[in-house]
Design a protein around this ligand. Structure first.
Ligand code: L34
Length: 292
């Protein structure tokens, strides 16, 4: 079994981006500028956004964090989005999800100028992705594709099972895996809560991409010997031995599955850091006005 080191790949890519940014600055161009809107104090969101701000620093980007309490109105958020859309110094921005229930995520996402939508969540970017046009690719799927590429993992003709059908991971990663490209060109099966014979379907898979947010869901009996396992889950589970009181657990029963598979992403240190770095890649593209 080989561990897929997302942290190391992400560090390499951040260095590549930083070098490109210094080149841009030397040529008299401005530093890319990312803004992030964070609503409330969800522990996961706080951590992820802090990682995004830090990654901007490492890439030589400017960053701005805009915070709201969780009683912020939808109107106030929309007004902020409008300002960011019109602010010529901001190249791209994100609204960290999830949002409080009284705010429509879809309305917020559609209010973002798609040319600044570095999360790749706007329907224009999703539509472009689905037909293979240049666009902002959403960060977690793009990060997974990058890991497969950098580890030279063959995907052409592979049976790929995606667990989960969310708009931010399951749907887009299944689209990318079936696209005629490398990585890609796989035969993709998407499983979800209504799927019958899920275990049997998984046991046929050459590649499993687990994105359900259900800790330890993928057990060794669901894994074909030599399969490739991509674990997208990062659920906080109670752990009294940690100072924080919790630890992160993926969707895969790592201990038992690791012995059986050929490649596996750890949690933490697998897909998570790649999500962050894919956002950085999109911000660089935005700063270079490559998506319009
Ligand atoms: N708008 N909302 C928007 N864009 C996104 O791209 C996200 N996502 C998901 C949740 N909501 C979002 C993220 O940023 C998930 N996500 C994310 C980002 C980073 C990490 C995990 C999920 C990450 O850095 N994970 C680390 C561990 C972090 C920790 O210590 O908690 C890892 O190594 O897996």
């Amino acid at each position: 079994m080989q561990l897929i080191d997302g942290k190391k790949i992400a560090d390499d890519i951040k260095q590549e981006i930083a070098a490109e940014v210094e080149q841009m600055v030397a040529n008299g161009q401005k530093r890319p500028h990312l803004a992030a809107i964070l609503v409330g104090h969800d522990g996961g969101s706080e951590t992820y956004v802090a990682h995004k701000v830090k990654a901007c620093e490492q890439c030589g980007f400017k960053s701005t964090l805009i915070r709201f309490e969780d009683d912020v109105t939808e109107a106030a958020l929309l007004e902020t989005i409008e300002k960011l859309n019109n602010d010529t110094d901001i190249d791209g921005f994100i609204v960290q999800l999830p949002l409080p229930r009284h705010i429509s995520e879809q309305k917020i996402i559609e209010a973002i100028d798609y040319r600044k939508d570095v999360d790749g969540f706007h329907p224009i970017n999703v539509g472009r992705m689905s037909i293979g046009l240049p666009c902002f690719l959403s960060a977690t799927p793009a990060g997974i594709m990058e890991l497969l590429a950098r580890y030279n993992i063959p995907t052409k003709g592979a049976n790929c099972v995606v667990l989960g059908r969310s708009n931010i991971v399951g749907k887009p990663v299944s689209t990318l895996m079936m696209q005629k490209s490398n990585p890609g060109d796989a035969t993709v099966t998407v499983c979800h809560s209504a799927t019958k014979n899920l275990k049997e379907i998984c046991a046929q898979a050459d590649i499993i991409i687990a994105a359900l947010g259900s800790p330890g869901f993928v057990t060794a009996d669901m894994v074909k010997p030599g399969a490739i396992i991509i674990d997208v889950g990062t659920t906080r589970v109670p752990d009294a031995t940690r100072k924080s009181g919790f630890r992160l657990r993926g969707d895969v029963d790592f201990e038992n599955v690791a012995e059986k598979c050929s490649y596996i992403t750890p949690v933490p240190g697998g897909v998570g850091p790649m999500t962050i770095v894919s956002l950085m890649k999109n911000t660089l593209l935005a700063g270079q006005h490559k998506i319009y």
